[in-house]
Design a protein around this ligand. Structure first.
Ligand code: ADP
Ligand code: MG
Length: 691
């Protein structure tokens, strides 16, 4: 329960300075100016009053109960006043002061001390190094924050890790004339976390949409649990910044190197049903629509326009995003033909013409509302001087009351002149935009939310034909031997223990053994260098492919000579001809599990970068989605006479890899590259596992 934070009955400010340009002073001004409903208690031992409000020596001198305390004093004094807050039995503190975890080890230690002290007294901590909260509720009016934007009341709640980003978003809604419900920016988040806040807003009826900005997910599992539950109830729109930092963390093998963007967070968002954005403006514009409009039940858009070009632009946006513009029923066309101008276009988009008036728009909107195969309504509305645009807006506002299907409006007008038209839409809660693209993208985002909500990702398949004990033993032995990468022998045995198909193989200590092994496997055969020091074999000439019985021995002898100093063994393998090379990989993500990768493999994998990711454990549906989401998906399905591959088999391998790394989290990275896929089967011919 975060009531004491968002709905405080009283607020004290420790560090309530008399200086106008100080944070402690500013918070008091903000609370007063915003019309805070409860008493304010400035704490300042050197002043009798601050901003005309009686000040106290210590929080312990206040007789009233205190719900919320701002702490705005230098970091080193914070633990001491937290002690006072504890004695006073204050419920929640917002530590605005900086100088904690964000500054390094010493600050982190101080932060820990604060958290421990607060816990001792049962106080919740928000921050430190943060702005605070805003609640626009008319019963509360809490502006417990030191920034400047004074939002109107509305249905959007914003949580931003970064105060700067939060303020930008808050400011943008103000400029757009759109109100917000609550706001929070919790900085270091030492106690009250973003998931907890999302959970609180999930239960707040007045919050219609939650906007989230994060830089990192300290506890991805906690986030997923909460966000999944809330996103099923109300839309969460999120943006993760610091995406490319992952690139710097690129590791030696492919999966790490290929996840240059922070795919993990975006995958988590998707798994939870959160709509993801990469642009703050687009996020804000979408939130405006989410705040007042019902969610479309499908992808089919009906358009109404009174001008040509912008409808085309919007149509392009919709189609590119996978939405549909279906034709209208004969019944609908009949009604339109009867009521619109003779020259009007009665298909989808419906063009009511620039001379179309209120009754024409009304007919068109009613028709779309009643068309069963239309899920959402997009209105392109330019304001010609020769029609009564106020009446048109009035009709749109009237139909909007039913909240049956979302209505999004692209309003092309002079905002200084057509103020009444704008006000009618605004007061009715019909979102209106200045560009067809912006408006269309807002509707696309709403449709995306619905897609995420209704999609069934299925359950995790638990393969029971696996030998977990054997796999654990292999990994434990390798660890005890101090290995970072498993030997070829261990890798192949490990995969086999999870029934992941591998090409026939033998290990040979010398040339004679290699020849014998190749005879057992059959020709043509393959020989590869097996040395702990070599990670990428083909880079150093440690591979000989497609060898006949005649060539085999000399190939091994050449390798023996070339790598004499590496103390090599030989990995002899059956040669698999034809087939398509794919890559399957896994990489551990702290606090989350593993990322799973699928893509077109072989030696071009880094160039093509045609890969898709998933978060463990993956379901069959998710594995299939990974296959179908790569650009070269047609290589798998077959095209122009080329045969496709057995996708079910690849899906199964992906799921088995997911189970393997989930069962054995000691695996840091795993690269099966290539997995050669055929019409009937798939086999791993090269694998690398890092522990
Ligand atoms: P590395 O990745 O260490 O360079 P690989 O074992 O993946 O070595 O071999 C490099 C390439 O050789 C593979 O991408 C594949 O094209 C080919 N190759 C390797 N083993 C086989 C095999 N058994 N059958 C057919 N082609 C193979
Ligand atoms: Mg390879």
């Amino acid at each position: 329960m975060l009531d004491a934070l968002f709905n405080p009955k009283s607020v004290a400010i420790i560090g309530a300075s008399t200086k106008e340009l100080s944070i402690g002073n500013r918070i008091i001004k903000n609370l007063v100016d915003f019309g805070y409903k409860g008493p304010i208690y400035p704490i300042n031992p050197k002043a009798d009053e601050v901003r005309g409000i009686k000040a106290y020596n210590s929080i312990l001198d206040v007789t009233d109960e205190i719900d919320l305390v701002h702490i705005v004093i230098p970091n080193k004094f914070v633990p001491m006043v937290v002690e006072d807050c504890g004695k006073k039995q204050a419920k929640t503190i917002i530590i605005n002061s900086a100088g904690f975890k964000e500054t390094g080890d010493e600050g982190a230690q101080l932060e820990k001390e604060v958290v421990e002290k607060a816990k001792e007294y049962g106080i919740r901590v928000f921050g430190p190094n943060c702005q605070g909260i805003i609640n626009t509720d008319s019963e509360v009016r809490a502006y417990a924050n030191f920034t400047f934007t004074k939002p109107e009341t509305g249905g959007i709640s914003i949580i931003a890790q970064s105060g700067g980003v939060g303020e930008v978003i808050n400011q943008r809604f103000s400029e757009l004339g759109v109100g917000i419900r609550m706001y929070a920016s919790n900085g270091n988040a030492c106690d009250i976390s973003i998931p907890e806040i999302i959970g609180y807003w999930g239960d707040d009826d007045q919050t219609k949409v939650i906007v989230v900005h994060i830089e990192n997910l300290p506890d991805p599992k906690e986030f997923m649990e909460v966000a999944k539950e809330i996103a099923a109830k109300k839309p969460i729109l999120a943006m993760k910044t610091g995406r490319t930092k992952e690139g710097a963390k690129a590791v030696s093998s492919h999966t790490g190197g290929l996840s240059k963007v922070d795919v993990a967070t975006e995958l988590i968002f998707k798994k939870c049903g959160i709509v993801t954005f990469r642009d703050e403006e687009e996020l804000c514009q979408a939130a405006v629509a989410f705040a007042t409009q019902p969610i479309p039940k499908g992808k089919k858009v009906g358009l109404i326009t009174n001008t040509g070009g912008p409808a085309i632009i919007a149509t392009d946006e919709f189609v590119e995003a996978g939405l549909e513009i279906p034709p209208l029923s004969d019944k609908a066309k009949g009604i339109l033909k009867e009521h619109l101008h003779a020259a009007a276009s009665i298909n989808n988009p419906i063009d009511v013409l620039a001379t179309g008036g209120a009754e024409h728009f009304r007919t068109a909107v009613d028709v779309l509302m009643n068309e069963p195969q239309i899920d959402s309504i997009f209105i392109n509305f330019v304001t010609p001087f020769f029609v009564d645009t106020d009446s048109i807006a009035g009709e749109i506002a009237e139909v909007n009351k039913s909240q049956k299907k979302p209505i999004i409006c692209n309003l092309m007008t002079d905002k200084g002149q057509w103020t009444e038209t704008i006000n009618i839409l605004k007061n009715a809660g019909v979102p209106y935009y200045s560009f067809p693209e912006t408006a269309a993208r807002a509707l696309v985002a709403m449709t995306r939310y619905n897609d995420l909500k209704v999609r069934e990702i299925g359950d995790i398949t638990a393969f029971d034909d696996v030998d977990k004990e054997k796999a654990t033993g292999i990994l434990q032995n390798a660890k005890n031997a101090g290995r970072e990468f498993l030997s070829a022998e261990d890798v192949n045995n490990l995969l086999a223990s999870y029934n992941i198909p591998v090409a026939k193989w033998r290990i040979a200590e010398n040339c004679g053994e290699a020849v014998k092994a190749a005879r057992e496997i059959g020709f043509p055969a393959v020989v590869k260098l097996d040395a702990e020091s070599v990670v990428h074999k083909s880079d150093v000439g440690g591979i000989a492919l497609n060898l006949t019985e005649d060539d085999f021995q000399s190939a091994v002898e050449d390798m023996e000579k070339k790598f004499a100093t590496e103390n090599p063994r030989f990995f002899v393998q059956e040669f698999l001809s034809g087939g398509k090379e794919t890559i399957i990989g896994a990489k551990a993500e702290p606090g989350l599990g593993h990322l799973i990768l699928f893509g077109i493999g072989g030696i071009f994998v880094e160039i093509l970068e045609d890969v898709a990711f998933g978060v463990t454990p993956i379901t069959q549906f998710e594995a299939k989605e990974m296959l179908s989401s790569i650009k070269s998906h047609q290589l798998l399905t077959g095209f122009r006479g080329e045969k496709g591959v057995n996708q079910e088999k690849l899906v199964e391998i992906l799921q088995r890899v997911s189970q393997l790394v989930t069962d054995l989290p000691i695996i840091q990275e795993m690269d099966l590259n290539p997995v050669i896929a055929y019409e009937d089967k798939a086999s791993v011919v090269d694998a690398r596992i890092k522990i």
